[in-house]
Design a protein around this ligand. Structure first.
Ligand code: SAM
Ligand code: SF4
Length: 347
């Protein structure tokens, strides 16, 4: 019996296209499973199972895979994440190496900012263009409870260092939780005073402890209602039609360059934007993941380590993305939580 592949034939293009008409141009690279915090919506108390050092991508391997993604596959932005990318002491070398081989590629970082105060300047000198920092509350006891570490002062120093090193804009991402929701207006007040751009992102079922519930999660609507108790927010739409963040202007406040200050809300769960998804991901072990919510991973590092040339690695990567699923389907009957949590995949 012949088994036929039900998928349509892949068009002859170098780009990372899929069967739903999307093209991935935004690459997220997880550099490590290690982290200085233990956010309850992400990591287990004891941290993630350690990846053997030999299995984690080296400096040169990261640079080579990012470079071929940019040159051969049409990737137009790379973001380094984790785990916590600052846990790698070769982060500056990874960024400098990427900058050298890909001078026009925007390089971004997602970080919890612990230790950033000592490295912000070096990261900018290495070629870092943009940074997103995660901070869910400016109340110290709440922060310690949520992250299981009393490190709020270090995070605040890191955020100021990023700004002082010239990173602009500094975006701050917050995952609203039941316990921190009442403090959301204080967080916005702080962001406005510090001149950083705050965005709330709905919690997804990607926590290692498996406690997420659709009923308990805080929705984007609830965040807006809570902020509305102190701020008279005006909707301004999206930065561009494909951007996931819906922006709200905060009247009476401006950014450093005089533009109206805004706050963003990203409704990852209640209003999914999978149809416009343009992401491709590499885990710290060098596997391609086409979607956060799919367990399918394709080992491109293994192909590279076997001695294959860039064209062969690119071919395998294209094949992995062609099979990308339509969307996450959270809340639907057919939804399955992925086996790996956010910190293990790379957020
Ligand atoms: N350690 C870095 C940090 O916290 O920014 C980078 C890795 S972290 C996994 C990347 C982003 O994923 C963070 O902004 C974090 O808040 C977010 N995140 C983690 N778990 C999440 C979840 N269950 N739902 C939504 N966002 C989550
Ligand atoms: Fe670490 Fe970031 Fe996960 Fe928090 S969200 S535990 S900082 S990887």
């Amino acid at each position: 019996m012949t088994v036929t592949d039900p998928r349509p034939t892949r068009p002859d293009t170098p780009l990372l296209v899929d069967t739903f008409g999307r093209t991935a141009r935004d690459l997220r690279v997880s550099l490590t499973e290690k982290c200085s915090l233990r956010c309850t919506y992400c990591m287990p108390e004891e941290g993630l199972p350690p990846i053997p050092d030999a299995a984690r991508m080296t400096t040169d391997e990261v640079v080579r895979l990012v470079t071929l993604a940019h040159r051969e596959l049409g990737v137009q932005e790379v973001r380094f994440t984790g785990g916590e990318p600052l846990m790698r002491n070769d982060l500056e070398r990874i960024i400098a190496g990427t900058r050298e081989t890909c001078p026009a590629l925007p390089i971004a970082l997602t970080s919890n900012a612990v230790g950033l105060e000592h490295r912000a300047r070096g990261l900018v000198e290495a070629g870092l263009d943009r940074i997103n920092i995660s901070l869910d509350t400016v109340r110290r006891a709440e922060f310690a409870e949520l992250t299981r570490r009393d490190r709020l002062p270090a995070v605040l120093r890191g955020i100021r260092a990023a700004r002082d090193a010239g990173m602009d804009p500094v975006k701050v991402n917050a995952v609203p939780m039941r316990a921190t929701l009442p403090g959301a207006p204080d967080l916005l007040e702080w962001a406005l005073a510090e001149g950083v751009r705050l965005r709330f992102i709905e919690e997804m079922p990607l926590d290692a402890d498996n406690t997420w519930s659709r009923v308990e999660m805080v929705t984007a609507r609830e965040v807006l209602d809570t902020l509305g108790e102190r701020f008279d927010l005006h909707p301004v739409g999206r930065e561009d039609p494909a951007a996931p963040a819906e922006l709200w202007e905060v009247p009476g406040h401006t950014t450093a360059d005089g533009a109206p200050a805004t706050v963003g809300v990203i409704a990852t769960v209640t209003r999914n934007f999978c149809a416009a998804c343009d992401r491709t991901r590499l885990t710290a072990e060098g596997t391609v993941r086409s979607c956060l919510f799919s367990d399918d991973e394709t080992d491109v590092l293994g192909v590279l380590r076997s001695g294959a040339g860039d064209e062969e690695v690119a071919r395998v990567w294209r094949g992995a993305m062609w099979g990308k699923q339509a969307g996450h389907g959270i809340g639907g009957d057919a939804f399955h939580r992925p086996r790996r949590s956010m910190g293990a995949i790379g957020g």
